[in-house]
Design a protein around this ligand. Sequence first.
Ligand SMILES: [Zn+2]
Ligand SMILES: [Zn+2]
Ligand SMILES: [Zn+2]
Length: 485
Amino acid sequence: MSAESPGPKSGFKSFFSNALRPKKSRQTLRKGGSRSTTDLRQAVRPSLDDAPPMPDMAPLQVHRMKYQAQHANLDSQLGERQDYTTIIHSIGCLEMDDTTGPADIHDPNRKPGEGDIAKLSSRLWAHVAWYLDPASAASLAVSSSTLYHRLGPWYLQALEAPQNREYKMQFLIGMEISLPHHLLCFQCGRYHRRTQEGVERIRPAHVLNPLFKCPEVTNMLNPQARTRITHGRTLPFTFVQLATRAHKYGPQYGISVEDMGRRWQRDNWSHASRFFIHEGRLLMRVTSQTFAAAALPPASMRMLLFSREDYWPYFSACAHWRDGELMAVCKCALGHIPEPRDTGGLQGLEHKVKDRIAGQRFDPNSLTTLCGFCRPMRRCPECPSEYLTEVKLCEDKSDPRRLVFKQAIVVTRWTDLGDGSTPNCLQWGAINGKRDDFDSFQHYAKRGIASVFEAAFTADTLPGQRVLSMNPKKKKLGEAGDTWY
Ligand SMILES: [Zn+2]
Ligand SMILES: [Zn+2]
Ligand SMILES: [Zn+2]
């Protein structure tokens, strides 16, 4: 502020002096402010006490510190750590040594880990084994010679205890992959050399067909696990083992499922079996048929369906066949076979006239239609078995006249024989009535065994078959029940 300026001046002179006076802003920029006598600092800052406190750091530096704290010393461009202490610490934690990387089991040239195993003491390995079940502990002990020296023979000896039998079998099953020429025998709990390697065939039940030499073979108190296919035909569990092993590990481990199918005839019934592996489990289909006359009395129906030897049906059936409606379904289907008519004489003429009036032609070879009770497929609620009963026209090849077709009852059973690991497995146990914890309607809620099986062989699936329970009321009378006979 100029000293001349304060105070209003009147008159012409003062008007000009005010008009020509330089602007305030120019005055402040002028260097030195030479003519100013007023203390400018005093004018701007009247007192130091009223001023805001001075910050400890420049605002830019504060921002930089905050940024660094937030980004944990990572280089914003390269993402690298800028803190050397952290770098050295992380090297120690991650063990950047190439020789101790994770084991790549698919690498055939990987170095043996014996050195690493040997680094740990016997006491520590024993502590590791303590957490495992007897089968896994024994497997650990025999996995390498170093481990065997660390753990000793104790874990193998423990498997011989009678209460550890299940674990012993588990341990032996685990060795399957290294023994293609042997088969695990569940009677004596050891591997036997296959005596018919590659040419094992299912034979009738009365033919001795040992697949290995076993001291327990004649022990009637400890019989070999087998399931009944049809009357006079059984399937030893060893065949389920062979089929599933070949599927899992390769053809030298067993036999192919294509070679297992058979056709045979017995007691006027002809049977055909076929096998298929689905999701590691062996499925079997057995089709059994016999010619049946029309209007059979109940006694003849029994003669046709049941074997006189053991009072089991001639066709393939699970352990639960007596309970429920399976036999009633078969008898109902037999009742639908059309009766042949007397085409000669007066009665024949009468039939012909009646047919002509009704506008129909009698055909003794017409298709038989079953009713709502016997047509649907039946599923055993307690085991993986499905049954379908049909009445079909089949050629009788035993008739000397050519091309003679007769009505026949055809009973097909589809079943799941399990994964072949042990005779105690869920499916094998259930079909033989050894287990009661199987709910087939829960296991096959989405897709039945028959549907899975047939889809594998034919391009189009089975026509939508209704599946009903074989034993809807789940009554269990077994032999005591009289409805089956
Ligand atoms: Zn044996
Ligand atoms: Zn019917
Ligand atoms: Zn059953």
